[in-house]
Design a protein around this ligand. Structure first.
Ligand code: KIV
Length: 282
């Protein structure tokens, strides 16, 4: 890893050199600093903010203002990684002018370098308009959580030749429209590999097998902060959630026993000053 800031072209170069691209989600300043220092190439403020951090049941309710608030916090924590903001449901689907206005807010107020939108050929015109307006775009195909109900729920996509071939056509339409990368979620590994080979733009997989141009995981899944259901494609690289819970339990116990704070974590006043205080009070 170099200290050089990751730019849009860096991802293209990494694909060309077959250097796997790392992407992770972040939703706040301390996490942004941590993942940046760890050397991740790209950070996504995913609309998974909704369910992972804000406690909504899915990604549908999260608003533009909520997304921008978290993008700003993450942007303040990054020095090297490229920041991408996820456009929430209905922020790019109503009309092209509205999509440009909202995507523009991501760059101007959220300080992201690019936005991500879900969908295939049917959003290609919007993608082209955003790119023409100077807004870099990442596509998202396969399992698209904003429209999961129309896909039959949270399930693997592109398992038959017809739907796999359609997905490739949609990806090519996004590429043609000017998307500079594609997130590919929850598809068979062989389709992940094929699509990475067929597309000129980098394909960042999540549950799309080992042969995509890069990988993305949700931060909380990666470090093992449990938020309910764990999909098959998630690997916990740590069990930080257990450690955090243990730490809070230990804190409560020590407070209850009055063993925290100890002298080590307390401030002193000289005997003379304290005697004077007592005298004044008496
Ligand atoms: O919102 C999100 O976190 C995402 C990633 C899982 C790709 O879209």
């Amino acid at each position: 890893m170099t200290d050089k800031k990751v730019e849009l072209v860096s991802l293209q170069k990494m694909k060309k050199n077959q250097t796997p691209i790392t992407m992770v989600t972040a939703y706040d300043f301390p996490t942004a600093r941590l993942v940046d220092a760890a050397g991740v190439d790209t950070v996504l403020v995913g609309d998974s903010l909704a369910n992972v951090v804000l406690g909504y049941p899915d990604t549908i309710p999260v608003t533009m203002d909520e997304m921008l608030h978290h993008c700003r916090a993450v942007a303040r924590g990054l020095q090297r990684a490229l920041l991408i903001g996820d456009m929430p449901f209905m922020s790019y689907n109503i009309s092209i002018p509205k999509a440009i206005e909202n995507a523009g807010r991501f760059l101007k107020e959220g300080r992201v370098a690019a936005v991500k939108v879900e969908g295939g050929g049917w959003v290609a015109e919007t993608v082209a308009a955003l790119v023409q307006a100077g807004i870099p775009v990442v596509g998202h195909l396969g399992l698209t959580p904003q429209t999961a109900s129309m896909l039959g729920g949270y399930r693997v996509q592109g398992r038959d030749a017809k739907s796999a071939s359609k997905m490739l056509d949609h990806a090519l339409a996004l590429q043609q429209a000017g998307a500079f990368a594609l997130v590919l979620e929850c598809v068979p590994a062989r389709l992940g590999k094929l699509m990475s080979q067929k597309l000129a733009i980098p394909v960042i997989g999540i549950g799309a097998g080992p042969d995509t141009d890069g990988q993305v995981l949700v931060f909380h899944d990666l470090v093992g902060i449990e938020a309910g259901f764990t999909p098959k494609f998630v690997k916990h690289f740590a069990e930080v959630g257990n450690q955090m819970k243990q730490a809070v339990e230990d804190y409560c116990r020590e407070v209850q026993k009055r063993s925290f704070p100890s002298k080590e974590h307390s401030f002193s006043i000289s005997d003379e000053e304290f005697a004077e205080l007592e005298k004044a009070l008496n």
